[in-house]
Write a protein of this length. Structure first.
Length: 234
C-alpha cells in the first residue's frame, strides 16, 4: 500500500494526523479558557468528559493519532538523514529561504512530546485515569477526579511548572506554525495564490491557540501570587 510504503504516502499520513491533532488542540484550548471565565462550568465539562465511554473512545483515538504522527515523523527524519549521506554535517546550516522551525521539527516534536507527558502526569493521571482505576475496582480517592480547576491551581501555583509549560508552548508554536502549512502543502493545497494565505491562516490559528493556553497558565499563576485577594476585590 503506497500510504505505508512510499515517502509521499508517509508524509500524507503524518499531515492528516497532524491536522487532526491541531483541531483537538484548538478544542482543548477553548475548553481551558472556560476555567478563566467560569471555574464551575469548567468542572462540569471535566465531569462530562471524565471516564464516560465516549470520552474514553476519544482518548484512545487521540493517543493513536499521537503515536502515528510521531512514529511517521521519526521514520521520515531517518529517511531524510539517510538521503543526505555524507553531507549530514550540513544539517546544522540554515538553507536559504528555509525557516528555523523546518530544520528542527523533530527536536521541537520531542519537546512537545515531553511536554505532553508532563501534562498527562499533572492532569490526566490524576483525573480520568483515577476514574478508570476506580471503575475496575482499584481503591483510589475520586473526590477530586473531576475538579479540573483544583489541579490547574495546584499546577500553576508552582513557578517551575509555569516555566516548563511556557517553554513547551513556545516549542509547540514553532512546531504548529511550520507543520500547518507544510501539511497543506503535502496535501497539494499550495498553489501560488493560496500558499501564502494558508501560511498566514496557520500562523494566526496557532498563535491564538498558544495564547489561549498561556492565558490560563499566567492567569492562575498570578492568582496564586495574590492569593485570590486581588480577584475578589475586582
Amino acid at each position: 500500500m503506497w500510504l505505508l510504503n512510499s515517502s509521499v504516502g508517509r508524509k500524507v499520513i503524518m499531515s492528516v494526523s497532524g491536522l487532526a491533532l491541531i483541531l483537538f488542540i484548538l478544542f482543548h484550548m477553548s475548553m481551558n479558557l472556560v476555567a478563566i471565565i467560569s471555574p464551575d462550568s469548567y468542572n462540569l465539562i471535566c465531569e462530562f468528559l471524565g471516564a464516560n465511554w465516549y470520552a474514553l473512545v476519544a482518548t484512545a483515538g487521540l493517543a493513536a493519532l499521537v503515536v502515528v504522527h510521531f512514529v511517521y515523523a521519526f521514520i521520515l527524519t531517518l529517511q531524510n538523514k539517510k538521503a543526505r549521506g555524507g553531507q549530514s554535517y550540513a544539517y546544522t546550516a540554515k538553507p536559504k529561504g528555509v525557516e528555523w522551525a523546518s530544520q528542527n521539527m523533530f527536536v521541537l516534536g520531542v519537546i512537545v512530546l515531553l511536554g505532553m507527558a508532563l501534562h498527562l502526569y499533572n492532569f490526566w493521571a490524576k483525573m480520568q485515569l483515577v476514574e478508570v482505576m476506580h471503575m475496575i475496582g482499584a481503591h483510589v480517592n475520586t473526590d477530586l477526579a473531576t475538579n479540573g480547576v483544583y489541579y490547574i491551581k495546584e499546577t500553576f501555583s508552582c513557578p517551575v511548572y509555569v516555566v516548563l509549560y511556557i517553554v513547551w508552548l513556545v516549542a509547540l508554536w514553532f512546531h504548529l506554525t511550520h507543520g500547518f502549512w507544510s501539511a497543506l502543502q503535502t496535501l497539494g493545497w499550495n498553489n501560488q495564490v493560496w500558499f501564502n494565505r494558508w501560511r498566514c491562516i496557520g500562523n494566526v490559528i496557532t498563535t491564538l491557540i498558544i495564547l489561549g493556553f498561556m492565558a490560563v497558565v499566567v492567569y492562575y499563576f498570578a492568582l496564586s501570587l495574590c492569593g485570590g485577594a486581588c480577584c475578589a476585590a475586582c
